[in-house]
Write a protein that binds this ligand. Structure first.
Ligand code: HEC
Ligand code: HEC
Length: 301
């Protein structure tokens, strides 16, 4: 009996030891991924100085950046916060104290963040939107940078990402999404179709606005990207409710957050309060695109 107990003790002891060692190894691997430095050739983006371009940059930033960085672009503390995983503050983009505008030494630093998902030192940032903002055309990216550089300074020191060892382990075993720098295409030059209410421009807007991050690669719904929120997003193809909406109903839904069937879209889940600033042409383009893509069944788990 004693022998058996001793034997069980030894097996358990070595198992616990193994788990500990595996945990430490995974943790170190996670650390290595977060500290890896990347380098990409410069895009040499033109940053326009004329008012029309800066105004256009403001318009794009309104739908693309403010939801996460705040209306004054001063950054949001605990933009993501989940006790056991850690926290992420979105960056202060202005030139005030603690702002990226003060830290950045060149336009290329902005391009590194928005197109490649790395900080000025080449290390990964955890800005999930990079999978969409990497698709911004050179022209749009230049206009957005011009606008961001023009906003009044806000003094606000933010802390970036603070991941716990558990989060680093989950990153390595694939329980957290990969880092944006690991998945985007790193194109140096991107062009966009002409602006206007066309299917092609609608695709470009969908590709640059995070719709796929939440509604899935085929836009037929998917798991909400924040793993702590258990929601399946609705199908935007003709296989879903949107397929039965007129263009006017679609535009009204994005502007008011109220669907034709009277359902209120939760602005904490579906960022219609950012998208409501899209112009009629932009929303028309997205509607046309959604009605053109393959009709798919609603994603279910
Ligand atoms: C879905 C949310 C989200 C959206 C949308 C978003 N960002 Fe961010 N951004 C973040 C977060 C979070 C961070 C901090 C990442 C970190 O510290 O790892 C960040 C960091 C940054 C940084 C700082 C990088 C650094 O090295 O510190 C810049 C610059 C930036 N974002 C620009 C933009 C611009 C411009 C837009 C709009 C085109 C935008 N972001 C849209 C969430 C977002
Ligand atoms: C951060 C995640 C997220 C992003 C980004 C996002 N959506 Fe949504 N969307 C949702 C969720 C969640 C719902 C369901 C909300 C609810 O029922 O309260 C939704 C609902 C909708 C609906 C209503 C559909 C229906 O059948 O009722 C439409 C239309 C829609 N989204 C379009 C878009 C478009 C277009 C984009 C990109 C421009 C987009 N969404 C980006 C999460 C997102």
């Amino acid at each position: 009996m004693k022998k058996v107990l001793k034997w069980i003790g030894m097996v358990l002891g070595s198992l616990i030891g193994l788990v500990l060692v595996a945990g430490i190894v995974l943790y170190l691997m996670g650390n290595a991924r977060l500290n890896k430095t990347y380098e990409f050739p410069p895009s040499n983006i033109d940053v326009p100085t004329d008012t029309a371009s800066i105004e256009y940059g403001r318009h794009r930033a309104e739908t693309l950046c403010q939801g996460c960085h705040g209306k004054d672009l001063g950054g949001i503390e605990n933009w993501f916060s989940a006790g056991p995983l850690g926290t992420i503050d979105s960056a202060n983009l202005t030139s005030g104290e603690g702002g990226f505008g003060r830290e950045a030494t060149s336009v290329e630093d902005y391009v590194r963040a928005i197109r490649h998902g790395i900080d000025p030192e080449g290390k990964p940032i955890f800005m999930p939107a990079v999978v969409s903002t990497a698709n911004l055309s050179d022209e749009d990216l230049g206009a957005i940078i011009a606008y961001v550089k023009s906003v009044p300074p806000v003094d606000h020191v933010t802390r970036g990402h603070q991941f716990t060892p558990l989060a680093k382990i989950m990153l390595v075993v694939g329980m957290l999404p990969p880092l944006p720098v690991e998945v985007v295409s790193h194109e140096l030059h991107v062009s966009a179709p002409a602006r206007g209410p066309s299917v092609e421009y609608g695709k470009y807007l969908v590709d640059t606005n995070d719709c796929r991050v939440c509604h899935g690669p085929g836009l037929n719904g998917g798991p909400f990207p924040d793993p702590t929120i258990k929601v399946i997003t609705p199908n935007l193809t003709r296989g879903g409710e949107v397929g039965f909406w007129t263009e006017e109903q679609f535009v009204n839904t994005i502007r008011t957050g109220l669907t034709p069937s009277g359902h209120e879209l939760d602005p904490a889940l579906m960022p219609w309060k950012d998208y409501q600033y899209m112009t009629d042409d932009e929303l028309s383009a997205i509607y046309k695109y959604l009605h053109e893509i393959p009709k798919l069944e609603q994603y279910t788990k």
